[in-house]
Design a protein around this ligand. Structure first.
Ligand code: SF4
Length: 259
C-alpha cells in the first residue's frame, strides 16, 4: 500500500503520522526542478516538498518521487535526481495526463517524439545512479500490467487490475486520474465498503467496463509497429481523455495523431 502526497504540510506532526503508518511506500510529487515545480505548485513548495522527503527519510520511510514530464521537466531529470535522489529508493518519470489541473498547461505537454527523445536520454542517465530504481517509459506499465498469458486471464494495464486508488474523500477508483476524467468511473466509497475493496473486485460490474476497455487497448497496441520501438503502449486514462475531450486527444499515441 502506498500513499501519494504533495509533501506540503502546515502541521509538522503530519510527518510523524505518515511515518508511523508503516506504508510500503510514500510518494511525493516533484514536478520539476525548483522553478518549474514552484510555477506549477506555488512559490516555496519545492523546498517544502524536499524538506518533507528529508524528514521522512530520517524517520525510516520508504520513499519515491513522481515527476510528470512536461517540456520543462524533461530537461531537468538529472537535476531532480541530484536533489531528491539521496532520500528515495525509487523515482518515476511519466508523461503528464492532460486532464484536471493539467488542462491549464496543455501547451507544456510533450509530444510523442519529445517523449521518445526523453526515454532515450533517460536510459543513459539512469546508468549513473545504480542505487536508485529510476522508472521511465514502459517500465511501470510493464511490471504492473497483466500481459498475454497461458491462463486466459484478461489483459490490461495497471489501473483497475493490479492497482486500485483510494482518494482522500473515500472514493475508490480504477486510476488516480479517473475522477478528473469522468466522475462516473468511481467504484464506491471505502467507508460504505467496510474499508475493503474485496467486494468491488469480486463483483466488478463497473470495474469490468474499465477492464474491458483496457484489454481492447492492449490488444490494439499489440499489433502496432510503434510498440516497444518508440512507444511503451497505451495508458487507459489517456484513452478516456481522448474520448471525453477529442480536442485534446492523446498526444502520446501515434495512432491518434494519424487520424
Ligand atoms: S502508438 Fe498508440 S497504438 Fe501504438 S503502441 Fe503506442 S499507444 Fe499503442
Amino acid at each position: 500500500m502506498s500513499l501519494n502526497t504533495n509533501g506540503v504540510y502546515d502541521n509538522p506532526d503530519i510527518i510523524d503520522s505518515l511515518a508511523s503508518l508503516g506504508l510500503e511506500q510514500i510518494t511525493i510529487s516533484i514536478d520539476g526542478a525548483q522553478k518549474t515545480h514552484d510555477r506549477l505548485r506555488g512559490e516555496g513548495n519545492f523546498e517544502r516538498a524536499i524538506k518533507s522527503l528529508r524528514l521522512l527519510f530520517r524517520k525510516g520511510a520508504v520513499l519515491r518521487t513522481n515527476t510528470v514530464l512536461t517540456k520543462n521537466s524533461t530537461a531537468e531529470m538529472e537535476e531532480i535526481i541530484g536533489i531528491a535522489g539521496p532520500y528515495v529508493s525509487e523515482m518515476n518519470f511519466f508523461y503528464v495526463r492532460t486532464t484536471g489541473r493539467a488542462k491549464k498547461i496543455l501547451d507544456e505537454a510533450v509530444s510523442f517524439e519529445d517523449l521518445d527523445d526523453f526515454n532515450k536520454r533517460a536510459a543513459q542517465i539512469v546508468r549513473r545512479y545504480p542505487t536508485i530504481n529510476i522508472l521511465f517509459g514502459s517500465q511501470v506499465m510493464r511490471v504492473n500490467s497483466v500481459a498475454l498469458n497461458s491462463l486466459g486471464l484478461q489483459l490490461g494495464g495497471p489501473d483497475g487490475f493490479t492497482r486500485i486508488n483510494l482518494s482522500a474523500d473515500g472514493s475508490i477508483l480504477p486510476g488516480g486520474y479517473a475522477p478528473y476524467i469522468d466522475k462516473t468511473l468511481n467504484l464506491g466509497d471505502i467507508r460504505e465498503e467496510g474499508y475493503t475493496t474485496l467486494q468491488i473486485c469480486r463483483e466488478p460490474a463497473k470495474l469490468k467496463q474499465f477492464r474491458d476497455r483496457s484489454e481492447q487497448l492492449v490488444r490494439r497496441c499489440l499489433s502496432c509497429p510503434e510498440l516497444d520501438v518508440r512507444c511503451p503502449g497505451i495508458n487507459v486514462e489517456m484513452d478516456l481523455v481522448r474520448q471525453k475531450s477529442p480536442q485534446i486527444g492523446n498526444p502520446y499515441c501515434k495512432l491518434d495523431q494519424n487520424k
